[in-house]
Design a protein around this ligand. Structure first.
Ligand SMILES: O=C(O)C(=O)C[C@]1(C(=O)O)C=C[C@@H](O)C=C1
Length: 321
């Protein structure tokens, strides 16, 4: 007889594909046994989660050399709400590949993801003077086009920049290894889900937010930042993104140390909500490096509880009649 107790279906993960991208390497770290759903871009991957066609998505958010991935920062915050439930770090190293028989000096155009090009352009310019970039939707997508097409003439590029770990699987020939300008670069990826569950506090957590400034005058940024500083909440990333409605209007995308369950983080959110016209909570989740959050004197949960109890005691004597 069939086992009546069906095994829970494996979770479906949308990611920036095809197979062989750095994003796939990140996904293999977090959910190797999941159903992998390769997507042509970050927006499509996140929309698959919004529509319920995927349970989660893994997307790049920040690179140690190139900075924030604008497509991800913007796609996370426009459309139906999504939250970050985890992060993963991947070391980045690139190789230049081409169809067998291609020589380095034959290369005029290189197809790859713009973030990959930005991390290798100095080295490539030295290796192949005058070389130019053709944007591809991902590193692996550029290589796949080279494999699929016989005539490089119709493609318009002779080589692709791919992840070192997936070069062999492309079947293409390696023209140059370690072509990144900075050795030891790292890209941070986030695991994204529909809102509903916040992963439990671990003591080594991050909270991601999008915040609009309180007012349009001198000190507005300081007023916003004071909400964090006053509660001892450190920021590990802050960058501005255009709001899009007028020139000069910016939102701030922020990663703060700590978890929604930490009193100092909750107090910061309360402060932001009081002074800022718009605050979007994008999730609290464990840090990939598991580095415990530093808790400054007077900002522990106990310190907040004692302060609340003190004020409650004072208020007990209030005559509000
Ligand atoms: O094209 C890929 O392989 C990706 O996973 C995308 C991506 C990115 O968006 O930054 C990821 C890591 C590298 O920094 C280069 C490209």
């Amino acid at each position: 007889m069939e086992n009546a107790q069906a095994r829970p279906a494996a979770e479906r993960y949308a990611f920036l594909g095809p197979a062989g991208t750095f994003t796939e390497a990140a996904l293999l770290q977090v959910a190797p046994g999941s159903v992998h759903q390769p997507m042509p871009d970050v927006v499509t991957a996140l929309d698959a989660v919004r529509r319920g066609e995927a349970d989660r998505a893994v997307v790049p958010i920040e690179n140690s050399v190139e900075g924030g991935v604008s497509a991800t920062l913007d796609a996370l915050t426009s459309g139906d709400p999504l939250v970050v439930v985890g992060e993963v770090l991947v070391e980045i190293s690139f190789v230049l590949v081409a169809r067998p028989g291609t020589r380095l000096e034959d290369v005029r155009y290189v197809a790859t993801h713009p973030h990959a090009w930005a991390q290798c352009r100095g080295t490539l310019a030295r290796l192949v003077p005058g070389v130019q970039h053709l944007p591809a939707t991902s590193t692996a997508a550029g290589a796949a086009l080279l494999v699929e097409h016989d005539g490089v003439e119709e493609l318009g590029f002779e080589a692709a920049l791919v992840a070192a770990h997936s070069a062999a699987a492309t079947g293409l020939e390696v023209l140059a290894e370690g072509v990144e300008d900075r050795i030891g670069a790292v890209t941070r990826f986030v695991v994204v889900a529909r809102p509903g569950v916040v992963p439990p506090r671990t003591g080594a957590d991050k909270t991601t937010l999008l915040v609009h400034l309180p007012h349009d005058d001198a000190g507005a940024l300081l007023t916003m930042l004071e909400q964090f500083a006053a509660r001892g909440v450190n920021l590990s990333r802050i960058e501005s993104r255009p709001i899009g409605d007028a020139l000069g209007r910016y939102a701030f995308s922020i990663d703060a140390d700590g978890h929604l369950a930490d009193e100092r983080v909750a107090a910061t959110l309360i402060g932001l909500h009081r002074v800022c016209p718009f605050v979007l909570f994008l999730g609290s989740y464990p840090r990939a490096d598991m580095l415990p959050t530093t808790v400054a004197a007077g900002t522990s949960d106990d310190a907040f509880a004692a302060a609340h109890a003190w004020v409650a005691g004072l208020r007990a004597g209030l005559d509000e009649a």
